[in-house]
Design a protein around this ligand. Sequence first.
Ligand SMILES: *Cc1c(COP(=O)(O)O)cnc(C)c1O
Length: 297
Amino acid sequence: MLHIETPLLRSTPLSTPDRTVWLKLENTQPSGSFKMRGMGRAVEKAVERGAERIVSSSGGNAGLAVACASRALGVACTIVVPSRTPVAMREKIAAEGVEVLVHGTIWDDAHEKACSLSGTLIHPFDHPDVWQGHATLIDEVAPVLKPDHVVLSVGGGGLMIGVLMGMARHGWGDVPLTTIETHGADSFAQAVEAGQLVTLPGIDSIALTLGARRVADEALMWAMRHDIRPLRVTDRAAVEACSRFLDDHRMLVEPACGAALAPLYAGELMGDVLVIVCGGASATREQLEGWEQAVDA
Ligand SMILES: *Cc1c(COP(=O)(O)O)cnc(C)c1O
């Protein structure tokens, strides 16, 4: 197993008399995010099927998880990232001993390039192996807690699909799922409203990790068979949630994760609320200051 079993923490600062918030701390995964679960599983499966080189495209966390998994399994690996991926993140990926290529400005550009390379392509969110890996996080919660709500952020929808698969197999089919995106990266909310997949013209949010212009088909399929409540938050609310979470829990997460915490800081949702603290490896003190300045500008 390449990922670890993560802590499930009852949050005192976020809980109120009407609400108990449970944090599933995926930020403590070896690669800094839940991606270790799904990408780890996908790389493992690819190697079992005889892959000699792994190729992946990623704005960051998926690439880092694929790199970690490839190194652990001793398989060659190339990660293609867009130029908007911070240099520090590229360096983190390269430090796993894999090849890093920069192509285009957003994830879609990098993904197109990755598709043209030889090797076994690992998709960052749209593959059953990835979903199966993410689903294991619910396996860890289910023996302890059946919540009244689950909250998570959505980029391409891989985390959401995996969590819904885990919820289904543990009899949580009646537990509503609140999905969070930032304005400007709301490809899932728009798809649900339109009743069909929507391709955004571009990504206009600092939560780069949520910047998939189009979600996986399967994400929309789930919206038809589960009580899913898409919510949008501002970049400012996502960044403020990062700052408050740092003070409250002494853990630094990126805006893609702060987005999922934002409705809780806004006082929304009652009962037992399970929040997937998805993490993010690109968060540093300096980055947080940069994000704070960006949303104040
Ligand atoms: C990848 C990622 C997301 C979005 O996950 P999807 O599977 O693309 O929906 C959210 N937060 C963080 C920190 C991530 O790394």
